[in-house]
Design a protein around this ligand. Structure first.
Ligand SMILES: Cc1cc2nc3c(=O)[nH]c(=O)nc-3n(C[C@H](O)[C@H](O)[C@H](O)COP(=O)(O)OP(=O)(O)OC[C@H]3O[C@@H](n4cnc5c(N)ncnc54)[C@H](O)[C@@H]3O)c2cc1C
Length: 381
């Protein structure tokens, strides 16, 4: 516990010197893509030719983990299983068999103590492990690797998920009940590129709820953990390879994903599954400035936290939300432009959350590229 607090990103700050340690340099402020997406050897979109049933998307991460284990690249995988009591809740696991690795697939959209299983890996004297985690886990792991000789002696590979708007367990069902028409049958949930939340139900149907039609009470910044509202590494830039979906083309009946290979170890992980991927180049125009500017003032106002009462009513009716989200999707940024928009939206939101709620933390938490991006929009620092 004490070790985790000492190595916690909320004590040490995001990226900065840790990025330099991993890559030999910090991300450049001259390259707008690198500023947002982090240092990368390669980026592309892809899906597994044979998607894994019940994986979050096509299951690229679980397949990487399976192959890393089957080929002897690693002896165990530090990840999560479903809790057994609640479909959406997690329990940390050190997966030591192909079946245990397969069972780790799918999102558990709650804060999760992934790194707890490092202890089990140490006790079992494992020398080669794969860790799958969100950016906060990978930051802490990188600090552990610097501080603890036994982790320095381990050969550690990392797969990162992009992560945003994760929630506390005690809040999760309260939130789901306000999003879905049928929270009890919901099994899979994701905030999508078409400005709607897609919720898959047990009967296979997909409910699509426009962000703009959510009840107003879900725009209260206090419903998300303060840690997630202070996150400045949406795309998990210290992982060896990040696997998400943000810049991928959204197509019916396909589960395209977005892959960012960051290090030589990430390339070795990719090589394990490369033959099983259908690859597609990134697409979309880069520009999203007007789109971001259109929401920036509203976000900044809401981060001041002055509002105390939030209505349980929808901000706009569902039908109107469907029309507007369709318009935003058809006319708005696509592919890497959408990823650009989403990264900037969240870092603006988080910068002003920290600035207004924890001003003394600004200097510690905020990496330098964030201020460069705010300047692009002429936003006050
Ligand atoms: C809260 C949350 C928000 C996300 N937001 C985005 C986003 O905005 N944009 C985007 O591109 N991607 C996002 N992702 C990642 C995305 O949903 C997929 O996990 C990713 O694309 C991998 O898909 P896959 O089919 O390869 O995963 P799978 O093969 O199904 O494997 C998923 C892996 O992630 C692990 N995992 C699940 N939940 C957590 C968790 N809470 N903490 C740590 N590890 C976990 C699983 O145990 C498993 O190992 C988010 C994930 C989470 C949990």
């Amino acid at each position: 516990m004490q070790e985790s607090i000492q190595s916690c990103v909320f004590k040490n700050g995001w990226l900065g010197k840790r990025e330099k340690t991993l890559f030999g340099r910090e991300r450049t402020l001259d390259n707008p893509e690198e500023m947002r997406f982090g240092i990368a050897l390669e980026r592309f979109t892809a899906q597994l030719e044979h998607p894994l049933p019940d994986a979050q998307w096509s299951g690229i991460i679980t397949n990487i983990a399976r192959k890393a284990f089957d080929t002897g690249m690693v002896d165990g995988v530090v990840t999560l299983h479903r809790s057994g009591e609640d479909h959406f809740f997690s329990k940390p696991v050190l997966a030591l068999t192909p079946e245990e690795i397969y069972q780790s697939r799918g999102n558990k959209p709650v804060l999760s103590p992934v790194l707890k299983s490092l202890q089990a890996a140490f006790s079992k004297k494992l020398k080669k492990i794969l860790v799958i985690g969100a950016a906060c886990h990978i930051h802490t792991l990188r600090d552990f690797q610097e501080r603890f000789p036994y982790l320095r002696d381990m050969d550690i590979y990392t797969v990162g998920i992009p992560c945003v708007d994760n929630v506390q367990r005690n809040r999760f069902h309260w939130i789901l009940e306000r999003i879905s028409r049928s929270p009890d049958t919901a099994r899979h949930m994701e905030f999508m590129q078409d400005f709607r939340i897609h919720i898959k139900h047990t009967d296979g149907s997909i409910e699509k709820v426009p962000f703009l039609s959510l009840p107003e009470e879900l725009s209260n910044p206090n419903i998300f953990p303060e840690s997630c509202m202070s996150c400045f590494d949406y795309l998990n830039s210290l992982s060896d390879i990040t696997v998400g979906y943000l810049a991928a083309r959204l197509l019916p009946d396909q589960n395209r994903q977005w892959v960012i290979v960051r290090t030589k170890k990430g390339k070795k992980l990719l090589d394990l599954v490369n033959d099983e991927l259908k690859r597609f180049p990134e697409h979309g125009g880069w520009d999203c400035k007007k789109f971001v500017q259109g929401t920036a003032d509203r976000i900044i106002e809401s981060m001041k936290g002055l509002k105390t009462a939030y209505s349980p009513d929808r901000k706009i009716p569902l039908w109107l939300g469907q029309v507007i989200s369709w318009l935003l999707y058809t006319t708005g940024p696509k592919g890497i432009g959408f990823a650009h928009y989403s990264v900037d939206f969240h870092l603006i939101r988080h910068y002003y959350f920290v600035k207004y709620q924890y001003p003394e933390q600004l200097a510690v938490l905020v990496p330098r590229h964030v201020r460069s991006i705010l300047r692009e929009y002429d936003l006050p620092l």
